[in-house]
Design a protein around this ligand. Sequence first.
Ligand code: SF4
Ligand code: SF4
Length: 184
Amino acid sequence: MAITTKIIKRPKMTFWQQIYIPEIIRGVCITGGHFWRNLFFHTMHRFGLFKAVRAAVTIMYPEHKRPLAPRSRTRHRLTKREDGSARCVACMMCETVCPAKCIYIVAEEHPDPTIEKRPKSFDIDLGLCVFCGFCVEACPEDAIRMDTHILNLAAYSREGMKLNMNELLDPNPNYTVQIDPKRP
Ligand code: SF4
Ligand code: SF4
């Protein structure tokens, strides 16, 4: 099949575009418009007026955190049975469906004869994860969820992005990045 190439010429800038001044004025008008609009409505809200009209606010992150929607996909966790053990039956569905191939499970026999298997180890490499949620969708046991609302996922090394089974079973909601002692 013949491949045709269409050459698109870069449009020439007009004189007014080249001197930028109208664009700068336009930008200042847009920013100023938002500023005065928000100032007006926030002042009106103080007096109980125009409550139905929303005005923008700045959230001082990380001191103040915005509430997340209940269905937000955040850091993974493994759910537990009543005895505290993982619900996971090591069926490998999540590992198979994961498009980033960042779930690593080693299975072993479960001591309870009514349950076939359990994970000996269960690791997720968050450095590779794309947060698609397929693992949660695929799980037949509701054993993995992404509802911790933990967004602080940074680390100083690739190794630090890997979660092991203990971290997945008991996620620390107050986790903060550990300073790497090797860093200068
Ligand atoms: S959210 Fe997607 S990419 Fe991340 S572990 Fe689950 S299936 Fe893999
Ligand atoms: S799909 Fe669910 S039960 Fe199967 S290995 Fe993954 S977490 Fe465990």
